[in-house]
Design a protein around this ligand. Structure first.
Ligand SMILES: [Zn+2]
Length: 413
């Protein structure tokens, strides 16, 4: 970060435009007692602007209004926050990592304890990934064949096998509202032959998952398929043609944000997402930055998840409408202002930059909690701006405003 960037984020901000700073938790369907429950899987598009849309997805644990950012709770906890705090910052659905939970504490144990919702005391929706992404990332510890993957865990080196059936069985034990199928996600820099092979394998595994879901998953558990193909638009389109007719409740774009150039990732979303089925949710896995989220919503993506707001918070990086602030900066030593004077989160309502910097220097546990609360509030607010603009008919103006914030404060590198 340059000195000019630092000065911009340290300057007093202009008074906020109230339309551009909604409370992300306000007006969520999850908090509306008058809303009649609907069958899991029901998906209503509420408003559109070009490919962009606002919609509502029903799960066994209530509705999710999209576009929607999903915080990551790898081991069944969004690090440092209680379920009540997650609700307060506007989280409607969280993501759990099936690879981690299957081994720690163990899918069988979670099932014995009443499922993940009961264990972690989270009343709203949970999406779990299949665990495949983590296993394919275990370099040197896995062997892939056409039926599945043999791997050794990074926990204790024990040997296991993952198949299209086993990942659904584990997600059935966890009790996830939205289960993801096993796919093969190659690195962003993979050659064409590797990419083609991964797409073919993903298709075969998706067909197997589609035929197994009624047997393995509970009727209220939703199941999403995954489209691969890297940034090759023809390969993506071909894979989408195969995946779209399969009986999944939603479709995801996998294999993005895995090392490819950012403009190519945005171009892939812009080309592919609008051609995905309109009557089902569209999910881009593992994104992203404020710029990624804007590009995704513009392309008609409904759901996304990323560790960025939570991981960055623990590393003292907080997001504001005037750029990123490093809470370790010496300049904050005696700064009595909150992280962002225009932010309505609990942290900004009560605590100063000077206090947060002090907490961070002392290694206090409260530091990561307060920084995480602020960052999640910011990410949910960022998406809430777009969601409300869609339903209010002002999407183009709101998207331009956010685009200007990105150009000024979060330039795409
Ligand atoms: Zn805040």
């Amino acid at each position: 970060m340059t000195i000019a960037d630092q000065e911009a984020v340290l300057a007093d901000p202009p008074p906020p435009d109230p339309a551009l700073r909604p409370d992300p938790a306000e007006g969520l369907p999850a908090t509306d007692p008058t809303l009649a429950r609907q069958a899991p899987g029901r998906f209503e598009v509420l408003a559109t602007a070009g490919p962009a849309r606002a919609a509502r997805l029903w799960t066994a644990h209530g509705p999710v209004d999209t576009p929607c950012f999903m915080p990551v709770g790898t081991y069944g906890a969004v690090k440092g926050l209680t379920p009540d705090e997650l609700c307060e910052v506007g989280s409607q659905i969280i993501l759990g990592n099936a690879y981690h939970l299957t081994h720690r504490p163990g899918a069988e144990l979670v099932a014995k304890l009443g499922g993940l919702h009961s264990l972690i005391s989270w009343p709203r929706a949970i999406l779990t990934d299949s665990g495949g992404f983590q296993v394919f990332s275990l370099r040197g510890l896995q062997t892939i064949d056409d039926q599945g993957v043999d791997y050794r865990t990074h926990f204790d080196g024990s040997y296991h096998r993952m198949t299209p059936r086993s990942v659904l069985e584990n997600q059935a034990r966890l009790g996830s509202d939205i289960c993801m199928v096993l796919d093969h996600c190659p690195p962003g820099a993979a050659d064409a032959a590797t990419m083609n092979a991964a797409v073919e394998r993903t298709t075969a595994w998706a067909r197997e998952a589609a035929s197994l879901r009624a047997e393995v998953l509970a009727p209220e558990q939703l199941c999403f398929g995954i489209v691969q193909g890297g940034t090759d638009l023809e390969l993506r389109a071909a894979h989408l043609r195969v995946m779209a007719p399969l009986p999944f409740d939603g479709l995801a774009l996998g294999g993005l944000s895995v090392g490819e150039p950012i403009p190519a990732m945005h171009a892939t979303m812009a080309a592919v997402a609008p051609t995905m089925p309109e009557d089902r949710p569209r999910y881009v896995m593992g994104i992203g930055t404020p710029a990624d989220l804007l590009a995704a919503v513009r392309a008609g993506v409904d759901m996304f998840d990323c560790v960025m707001p939570t991981r960055h918070a623990r590393n003292a990086q907080v997001f504001t409408w005037q750029g990123r602030l490093n809470l370790r900066w010496a300049a904050l030593r005696d700064d009595p202002r909150p992280i962002d004077p225009t932010c309505g989160c609990l942290t900004c309502r009560r605590f100063s930059r000077a206090y947060l910097r002090h907490l961070g220097r002392m290694g206090e546990a409260l530091f990561a909690r307060l920084a995480t609360l602020h960052n999640l509030f910011f990410f949910h607010q960022w998406v809430a701006v777009l969601r409300r603009a869609l339903t209010g008919g002002t999407f183009d103006a709101a998207a331009s405003e956010l685009s200007a914030v990105i150009t000024r404060h979060y330039p795409i590198k």
